[in-house]
Design a protein around this ligand. Structure first.
Ligand SMILES: *Cc1c(COP(=O)(O)O)cnc(C)c1O
Length: 407
């Protein structure tokens, strides 16, 4: 009694009072016609911006033919997408899902099944890193290990051992007879845009080889061109055994994938894992259309070029406003501004200038523009950031003045 009723939408998100009616490339447009420059891209999902004509066409064409048929039958569009993913990566095989967390679930189950199929069912534990984010299912919150996501949901799923970020001694110490795999994001996204140095990734590969462990990369956020390579780990020249992908691969259509080598996937025989929607014809048509663009000659070079321009311009804004921005970091167009003020205040000030960004751990503001931005969008974003910094400095000066008057 007296408690107000829950809203029709379960209030698990603290939503900003803003909605959009349509999008054009990197722009989002409200019902009133206000334009926002979208450097959040649906949290690294709208890799090709909004309403990309090639994706719209692919979705429409497939929509008129066949939406869903289940995995009881062959899906040629899926076979094609899997072949293109394996042709362009370390992997030999792909399982399609609808989300990042499901791709991670498949990766976790696969790593455990691999050892079980090898006669070692006791090897099921997975080493993960502090600050990691792997999704919101019961197993992936255990893998991420963040107290705020685990609290109140009963016993944590067993079998995840967390070590400090990049601490190789701690990893060595955590490896035991029950260890199955090491799981890492080559660039931590939610954790605050923290790239794992290439020598660390190589070190993890060596450790896995030495101890017979599988190396799992979570590239749900960093993959599919976001860092200027097709996948972030390709920069370091290190290949995993299993990799989770989602976000950018669907360009806004829910699509995820778990990629693996023949060896790592050998326990995953008919009937051991499944999905109703995963890999359905609509998702496969859009995934193929995304790859048409991302794998076209020159596209990843374009991402690198925009990244350099954006990072250099951001660094000069940071130099001019050291009380607001401490540093600029990240790879490709997965960029973090480590804030000197509260990161949420910076996100709000940017939104006031009609530039959308996303907060992250470690007091970071993420800039995740669509990969199709050009020089004009970079210039526009920098202008808006500059204005936001000036506005924040004026607010701070005003506050200081009134505070000193009050004394
Ligand atoms: C977003 C994200 C996930 C979870 O993806 P969902 O589609 O939200 O389930 C997993 N890992 C990483 C690195 C992510 O950024």
């Amino acid at each position: 009694m007296g408690e107000s009723q829950l809203s029709p939408l379960l209030p698990t998100f603290a939503r900003i009072d803003l909605s959009f009616e349509r999008g054009e490339g990197p722009w989002l447009i409200t019902p009133q016609g206000d334009r926002y420059l979208d450097f959040a891209a649906g949290i690294a999902v709208n890799s090709l911006g909004h309403s990309h004509p090639h994706l719209v066409e692919a979705l429409k064409a497939q929509g008129e033919k066949l939406w869903h048929i289940s995995n009881l039958y062959h899906i040629p569009e899926g076979e094609k997408l899997a072949k293109r993913l394996t042709d362009n990566t370390f992997a030999d095989t792909v399982f399609f899902t609808n989300s990042g967390a499901e791709a991670m679930e498949c990766a976790i189950k696969m790593a455990r099944k691999y050892h079980s199929a090898n006669g070692h069912p006791e090897r099921y534990r997975i080493i993960t890193f502090e600050g990691a984010f792997h999704g919101r299912t019961l197993a992936t919150i255990a893998a991420g290990g963040q107290a705020k996501y685990l609290e109140g949901f009963g016993p944590k799923v067993e079998g995840f051992d967390q070590v400090p970020f990049g601490d190789h001694k701690a990893i060595e110490a955590a490896i035991g007879p029950e260890t199955a795999a090491i799981l890492v994001e080559p660039v931590q996204g939610e954790g605050g845009v923290r790239p794992v140095p290439p020598q660390c990734l190589r070190g993890l590969r060596e450790m896995c080889d030495k101890h017979g462990l599988l190396l799992i990369f979570d590239e749900v956020q960093a993959g599919v061109g976001r860092t200027g390579k097709f996948f972030a780990h390709q920069k370091a020249g290190v290949a995993p055994d299993i990799m989770a992908v989602a976000k950018g691969i669907g360009g806004g259509f829910p699509l995820g994938a778990c990629l693996a080598t023949t060896e790592a996937g050998k326990g995953m025989t008919a009937g051991v894992h499944g999905t109703t929607y995963g890999g359905n014809p609509l998702a496969m048509a859009v995934g193929n259309a995304v790859l048409d663009v991302v794998l076209a000659p020159g596209f990843l070079e374009h991402v690198e070029k925009m990244s350099l321009l954006l990072k250099q311009s951001l660094a000069s804004v940071a130099d001019r406003h050291p009380a607001i921005i401490e540093s600029v970091r990240g790879e490709g167009l997965l960029i973090g501004l480590k804030a000197k003020i509260n990161n949420g205040e910076l996100v709000t000030a940017l939104r006031d200038q009609h530039l959308l960004s996303v907060g992250a751990g470690d007091n970071v503001v993420r800039l995740l523009p669509p990969l199709i931005i050009d020089e004009s969008h970079v210039a526009s974003a920098i202008e808006r950031l500059e204005k936001a910094c000036v506005a924040l400095e004026q607010q701070a000066a005003h506050k200081a003045k009134t505070a000193s008057k009050d004394q």
